[in-house]
Ligand binder design. Structure first.
Ligand code: NAP
Ligand code: MG
Length: 504
């Protein structure tokens, strides 16, 4: 093994500590597996218990820190990230492969979230409302939940932890975060930022290790009041079931199989740019990636030809080289899964019209690279139409009408993001109403959400919550209804119905 590989620790109760197991695991660069990014703690339930105990203790004081003060620390964290943006982006590219321009965006999303949430410290508005009884006052206030467990994926290693951490802190919760095992460094950087700006000990705790040894005990822990999870639908379902027994609050953001509709009146050059960016950005490894492209038959052949030509020009390679436009798959098994779907598509009778192969040769031999891939003549029965692949594979489906396009778009287990390219305002509004997703775009790709709007999906993408925007507060706080009776006597709601008359 290469020398001088840094060893990174867990962060529990304000201290950097080793896992009880004494073991570590390797984090490698998927663009160049010779590079070991670092060794991280292979933790288990014992470390989770320590982290939860620290978070539980810290909650006693943190919940009493005035929200504007908590928010000021979050703002400082955002400014710290801004100052360190380039290093944070480079570390993210090294550990998960997407090109630097995109990891810069990933970090920027975290900064945006920090600055947005810091404003909430002076809002978090509740309501005051008249009481039905005289000399009585009624209002609602937001309360923190307590210890929030966070389990995050690798594909947005900074943005997604920030969607959770920033609002949770402003609301007054304490945190135990378990990052994806592919991207522990980026979350460690975020936690270091928390330490540097003076977030008190125990308020944020960071434990690395596998889903089964760290994630599962966190989900089941009796002192964890809430779990916020982003990842695959399979793991999310298991978490939902495991947490049901204790009734803890669960926020789930899961898979997607997003579609763009290209109508016969679309600006095809614009649609082309959007579909290519949506399908091959982040190597197709986005929950909002464009995985299906539904094209009106009148422009089908023309648009398909344009797509193939453009996809062939995409420069694939190490994301640290600014010339490259698409990085590797996250690991060997994701790459093999992508290649397996190429075989599945072929066998199902779809037409492979672009790519489909692993990239080889000197430039690619130490990484998990494949060609941008396009299947034409895909239909709704095919697995490549239905299943989330999470790779640079686009299925193109011809349709005969707008109605068929909408039906095809909605024929999906997931409901995260959707899009339509059209210049007809009536069709645009019909699609906005009829496409069953949590996010929808007109004349823009399925990716590119902004942080001040709710983020999340319907059907098997989510469980009804939304992250980001003001809705993040709903996830990380609870309502308390408070009544203050200043009449000096017992007043019974619903029973003393003539109270108002009496006061006269
Ligand atoms: P994943 O395999 O489901 O992993 C997500 C997280 O769950 C990781 O931290 C993982 O830990 C952990 N985990 C695994 N098994 C667990 C268990 N039994 N109990 C508790 N935690 C467990 O997902 P991924 O491969 O990282 O990310 C890709 C998926 O995320 C895709 O399906 C994508 O669509 C989805 N995603 C959704 C959104 C959204 O907002 N809707 C955003 C981004 C990604 P290890 O890493 O240690 O295995
Ligand atoms: Mg890695």
């Amino acid at each position: 093994m290469a020398k001088n590989v840094p060893v990174y620790k867990n962060f529990i109760n304000g201290k950097w500590v080793s896992a009880k197991s004494g073991k570590t695991f390797k984090n490698i660069n998927p663009a160049d597996t010779r590079e070991i990014v670092g060794l991280f703690q292979d933790s288990d339930e014992r470390d989770v218990n320590d982290a939860v105990a620290a978070a539980k203790e810290a909650f006693k004081k943190w919940r009493l820190v005035p929200a504007p003060k908590r928010a000021e620390l979050v703002m400082n964290l955002g400014l710290w990230m801004k100052k360190n943006k380039e290093k944070l982006a480079k570390d993210a590219t090294r550990e998960m492969g997407k090109v630097l321009n995109e990891t810069r965006g990933d970090v920027q999303e975290g900064i945006d979230m920090a600055l947005f949430c810091s404003g909430e410290g002076r809002r978090m508005y509740g309501e005051t409302t008249p009481s039905e009884l005289p000399d009585k006052f009624a209002m609602t206030v937001r309360e923190p939940l307590g210890v929030c467990g966070m389990i995050t994926p690798w594909n947005f290693p900074m943005a997604i932890p920030c969607w959770k951490v920033m609002p949770a802190l402003v609301c007054g919760n304490t945190i135990v975060i378990k990052p994806a095992s592919f991207t522990p460094l980026t979350v460690l950087n975020l936690v270091k930022g928390c330490e540097e700006v003076g977030i008190p000990k125990g308020v944020i705790n960071y434990v690395t290790g596998s889903g089964s040894k760290v994630g599962d005990p966190l989900v089941k822990h009796k002192d964890v009041n809430m779990i916020s999870f982003t990842g695959s639908t399979d793991v999310g379902r298991n978490i939902n079931i495991a947490a049901a027994e204790s009734f803890k609050k669960i926020g789930l953001e899961m898979g997607g199989k997003n579609a763009v509709i290209v109508m016969d009146d679309a600006n095809l050059d614009l649609a082309l740019e959007g579909v290519v960016w949506g399908a091959f950005g982040t190597t197709g490894q986005r929950c909002t990636a464009t995985s299906r492209c539904i094209v009106h038959r009148k422009v089908y052949n023309k648009f398909l030809k344009m797509l193939i030509e453009k996809a062939k020009t995409i420069k694939v390679g190490n994301g640290l080289d600014e010339k490259n436009e698409m990085g590797p798959a996250i690991d060997e098994s994701q790459l093999l899964k992508d290649l397996e779907y190429v075989e599945i598509g072929r066998k199902e009778g779809a037409k492979l019209v672009c790519g489909g192969k692993r990239l080889t040769g000197e430039k690619y031999k130490y990484g998990f690279f494949m060609e941008p891939t396009i299947f034409a003549d895909v239909n709704r029965k095919m697995r490549i139409f239905k299943e989330e692949i999470f790779g640079p594979i686009l299925s193109v489906i011809p349709v005969n009408s707008f109605e068929e396009a909408i039906e095809t778009q909605n024929d999906c287990l997931y409901g995260l993001s959707g899009s339509i390219y059209t210049q007809d305002v009536n069709r645009a509004f019909s699609a906005m109403r009829d496409v069953h997703t949590g996010i929808f775009y007109v004349n823009a790709p399925t990716i590119g959400a902004e942080i001040h709007l709710p983020f999340g999906g319907v059907k098997q993408t989510g469980n009804g919550h939304r992250e980001a925007g003001k809705t993040a507060l709903e996830l990380f706080s609870e309502w308390k209804s408070i009544y203050v009776d200043f009449s000096g006597r017992l007043q019974r709601a619903q029973i003393d119905t003539d109270a108002l008359v009496k006061v006269k």
